[in-house]
Design a protein around this ligand. Structure first.
Ligand SMILES: [Zn+2]
Length: 133
């Protein structure tokens, strides 16, 4: 079965991974709505966030809360939006997006940014998530 996110987990596909533990992986979305847009995924392949086993689901959202605080601080964003749809890649994922005004959490606004800009954003996050466990 081909799954882009499983390939990232297996290091067979490139991604700017900013944090991981044994259960979850956090990386920069290659097509951000705003710079600093992250994707949090479980390492075990499951098609939908809402199919996660209850305890894993709770742990996932505890991570979302920790990550949102760090994104808010690092990106100087007044708010952090989260979104779950799952039409693009059939592997459970949560979008975590710094937002600066209303209605920005819109997938139509997602666009690729330069590799240099991605690297700069990645550098802003380096080490920031180390305390998350
Ligand atoms: Zn997968």
């Amino acid at each position: 079965m081909h799954c882009n996110f499983c390939n990232i987990i297996k290091k067979e596909a490139n991604a700017l991974v900013v944090w991981e533990n044994r259960e979850f992986l956090l990386f920069l979305d290659i097509k951000p709505i705003n710079p600093g847009h992250l994707l949090l995924i479980p390492k075990k392949h499951i098609g939908d966030v809402f199919l996660l086993e209850e305890r894993t689901y709770v742990r996932l959202f505890k991570k979302v809360k920790q990550i949102a605080a760090i994104v808010k601080k690092n990106m100087k964003a007044p708010r952090v939006g989260i979104a779950i749809e799952g039409f693009g890649v059939p592997h459970a994922h949560v979008h975590i997006v710094p937002v600066y005004k209303g209605n920005e959490l819109n997938p139509l606004k997602a666009k690729c940014i330069s590799e240099k800009k991605m690297t700069n954003i990645n550098n802003l996050f380096v080490g920031s998530f180390n305390g998350m466990g």
